[in-house]
Write a protein that binds this ligand. Structure first.
Ligand code: ADP
Ligand code: ZN
Length: 286
């Protein structure tokens, strides 16, 4: 058995999976403090006698393998988890190899190997939910650098008439997360993204910001596919508008993207399972 953990700010999804990706057991537990949540997770993985663990966790994370604090959570607003040595604690408790990456790099890896970008060497996976986060695969591998990409905090240009043109991110003015995440939509329009009618102007703004993001991703990373997931993208009608606006903003400059962007900006091939599947791939790699 291999252990897979998709670590989120509200819940932890844990799975025990075999080498073919068949799931023996999957559970979901609320993310509380490390004192409470870590022992529960460790006992789940011990019960399944796992050979290796893969973690796709909310960031920011220290992913520099030469760093003293490799595999720790860093500047998160979730105070109980700030500077928490996630990888080391699992390694010490379970005594098995542990692989770690961001939740979105894990999801992007799964989409590149098995999902919507299967067969491609590159893709970008973005979740538009409580936050906005993006994982980048280039040359078949998740991108790391100084840290790891923070696509959700890239800046966008506010559209005239936006009721909250500075956005709601405590760190930046008008970054994507502060302008286009689920909570940002609700802060601007006073209605939750789930409840907004399709003809509400909110969707014009949402489409604009996500299209600006797709343009930046295209220019910076040149991926073969952009995959958009997360709660807000359950509004599937958004895809057409985002593709159309992205195409307008690109202005015909990126020649392989002639015609429609139907095969370029797509939903996740693995549905809501990209993250946990990516964590399993990280375990297999480890
Ligand atoms: P998380 O990001 O916490 O993992 P989700 O991806 O489900 O979880 O994102 C939750 C956010 O997405 C909430 O802000 C919610 O308003 C929004 N959301 C969830 N479902 C929908 C939906 N069907 N339509 C629009 N927005 C949604
Ligand atoms: Zn920000």
């Amino acid at each position: 058995m291999y252990g897979a953990l998709e670590g989120g700010g509200t819940k932890m999804v844990l799975a025990a999976m075999d080498e073919n990706g068949n799931t023996a057991e999957r559970i979901s537990i609320p993310t509380e403090t490390p004192d409470k949540t870590m022992p529960e997770m460790i006992s789940f993985f011990r019960k399944h006698d796992i050979r290796a663990l893969g973690i796709g966790n909310f960031g920011p994370l220290d992913l520099n393998e030469r760093s003293e604090t490799y595999g720790s959570i860093t500047a998160t607003p979730k105070l109980a988890w700030r500077n928490y040595p996630l990888l080391q604690t699992f390694r010490d408790a379970l005594r098995v190899p542990v692989g770690i990456d961001t939740d979105v790099n894990a999801a992007a890896l799964a989409e590149a190997r098995l999902g919507a970008a299967k067969g491609a060497e590159s893709c970008v996976y973005v979740t538009v939910g409580t936050g906005i986060g993006g994982g980048i695969i280039i040359g078949g591998k998740p991108v790391h650098g100084l840290m790891h990409p923070e696509v959700g905090h890239a800046l966008v240009a506010p559209l005239a008439g936006d009721p909250l043109p500075d956005g709601s991110c405590p760190y930046h003015k008008h970054c994507l997360e502060g302008m286009a995440s689920g909570p940002a939509i609700e802060a601007k329009w006073g209605i939750s993204a789930k409840e907004l009618p399709r003809d509400h102007p909110a969707w014009v703004y949402e489409t604009e910001y996500l299209a600006q993001m797709c343009v930046s991703i295209t220019m910076f990373c040149s991926p073969e596919k952009i995959i958009l997931g997360g709660g807000v993208m359950q509004q599937a009608f958004l895809f057409d508008g985002i593709r159309k606006r992205t195409s307008e903003l690109l202005g015909g400059y990126i020649s392989p993207l002639g015609g429609s962007l139907d095969d370029y900006i797509v939903p996740p091939g693995l549905g809501v399972h990209s993250g946990i599947t990516g964590a399993w791939l990280l375990a297999m790699q480890a």
